[in-house]
Design a protein around this ligand. Structure first.
Ligand code: PXL
Length: 263
């Protein structure tokens, strides 16, 4: 018999194109040996070029899915993704506080790949009030960080560190700000309230990065649930994601931003 897998839950949207959202999370978890569950907040009509349409699940039905899985299976680690409705942010926060999973990773999906805010500003405000305070880790990219804090673009380490400190102060236990460009390298910075740790990786020249943020936060969830220490978790998850991007560099599955090779 196989040993029991860790139980992992994603709360997010479906990407019909299979690159991002719950599809990226579930593929990542299967590869990393976890048992993946998914509470669907929205269904997107999406391909490598654009999100063409979205149908939202009702807050009542999202709540029903959460109760169904958490009252029976439970989850050691949970990640939140596409939650662009105020009622959904509130329902998800309340239910996570009821069930208290050991690890909560908040991936603040707020902007599209062009860097435009996708949701009403009230959603951003509720992220600060309801999700950051229960997050063990929040994982914004540079644009999401600037949107969350309503600041100008983050173009220096000084601004990045200050933003991380503010997100920590608002309530996130740990903050990982992703995607700072430093020459040929991409730098992710982890802040735990005391020290800043830089994780560096060579920047890959490819269009196929659709779902890379989801894959990274999903991998983080899986390693956290396995009991790995956060610093090591971030390093391992980054290597996993980097490899997945590397292996898909030359793919042309669609006409736009293609998926990663999650194998
Ligand atoms: O990559 C962020 C993301 C997550 N979840 C869903 C998405 C996207 C980006 O478009 O559509 C469902």
């Amino acid at each position: 018999m196989m040993s029991e897998p860790v139980k992992l839950l994603t709360i997010g949207g479906s990407d019909s194109g299979g690159a991002a959202g719950i599809q990226a999370d579930l593929k990542t978890w299967t590869v990393l040996g976890g048992y993946g569950m998914s509470v669907v907040t929205a269904v997107t009509a999406q391909n490598s070029l654009a999100v063409q349409d979205v149908t939202w699940m009702s807050p009542r039905f999202v709540q029903a899915q959460l109760e169904a899985v958490l009252s029976d299976y439970g989850a050691t680690a949970v990640k939140t993704g596409f939650l662009g409705r105020t009622e959904l942010v509130i329902a998800v926060s309340a239910t996570l506080q009821k069930y208290k999973p050991a690890h909560i990773v908040v991936d603040p999906v707020l902007v599209n790949h062009r860097g435009q805010q996708m949701f009403p500003d009230a959603v951003r405000q509720l992220y600060l009030a309801y999700l950051l305070p229960i997050a063990d880790l929040v994982t914004p990219n540079l644009v999401e960080t600037a949107v969350l804090l309503q600041t100008s673009s983050i173009d220096s380490y000084r601004k990045l560190r200050r933003a991380a400190a503010r997100l920590h102060q608002i309530g996130a236990k740990n903050v990982l700000i992703k995607g700072f460009r430093d020459g040929a390298e991409l730098v992710n910075v982890l802040y735990d309230g005391q020290t800043f740790i830089e994780f560096r990786q060579s920047r890959l020249d490819t269009h196929n990065t659709h779902g890379s943020g989801d894959t990274l936060s999903a991998a983080i969830c899986a390693f956290l649930a396995q009991g790995v220490e956060l610093k090591t978790v971030v390093s391992q998850a980054q290597q996993f994601t980097h490899r997945a991007i590397q292996h898909a560099t030359d793919w042309q599955l669609g006409g736009g931003h293609g998926p990663l090779a999650i194998f």
